[in-house]
Ligand binder design. Structure first.
Ligand code: HEM
Length: 179
């Protein structure tokens, strides 16, 4: 997984808890170091271990932590890849174009990265259906990212995000409607 995701998890823990909590997490997860470079790719298992331990420490499920972390990620991800975003896009347009504009770009920049495949159908002006497929089973993160995008585009009060399958599977469907 992209080093940026690790660095942002580190910042999330430091911000919501403190640096000592991060150091304890890294130790509990059995990782050799708690520092990550955005130019590197790290084993997925390290992220699972960190998220698993973090959820345990905070007392929430891993799925919930994935969602919260997904929401938190959005402003930074958007900042990093803003050159691929059209100024007229809102939440649903961004979702419709994520695969082509964002995840494909990530694959081009770092062939060793493997963002999930998102099949996104624009059902109408106000509805999108996302089909997430990834062996990493991080559907909770996907749900959080969608919520984070709604906040980013200032549409949080109009966007309803509804996973229609379990969030823990390799394939997760997420219905997104704007009222
Ligand atoms: C809009 C801007 C977005 C950017 C710039 C972005 C970028 C990225 C990057 C850099 C990764 C790490 C890939 C890796 O290390 O292999 C990633 C992973 C991921 N992305 Fe996105 N993404 C965006 C939107 C979305 C959206 C809209 C969703 C879901 C609806 C999504 C779902 C995920 C998930 C769940 C992962 C974790 C890896 C996995 O499950 O296989 N992303 N994304």
């Amino acid at each position: 997984m992209h080093g940026t995701i690790f660095s942002l998890l580190k910042r999330y823990v430091q911000l919501h808890y403190d640096h000592a909590a991060w150091v304890r997490l890294v130790e509990a997860a059995g990782l050799p170091s708690g520092d990550f470079s955005h130019k590197e790719v790290y084993p997925d298992e390290h992220l699972y271990a960190l998220v698993g331990k973090a959820a345990e420490v905070v007392g929430i499920t891993e799925g919930e932590l994935h969602e919260r972390f997904g929401e938190y990620l959005v402003p930074d991800l958007m900042y990093m890849y803003q050159r691929f975003v059209r100024p007229e896009w809102r939440t649903l347009d961004m979702l419709e174009h994520t695969e082509h504009a964002m995840h494909n770009q990530v694959r081009r920049e770092h062939p060793e990265n493997s963002p999930p495949v998102l099949n996104v159908q624009r059902l109408s002006e106000n509805e999108v259906l996302i089909d997430y497929v990834s062996p990493r089973r991080m559907g909770g993160l996907a749900v959080g990212i969608v919520r984070g995008l709604a906040t980013y585009f200032d549409e949080a009060d109009r966007i309803n995000v509804l996973p229609t399958t379990s969030e823990g599977g390799q394939r997760v469907q997420i219905q997104v409607r704007r009222s």
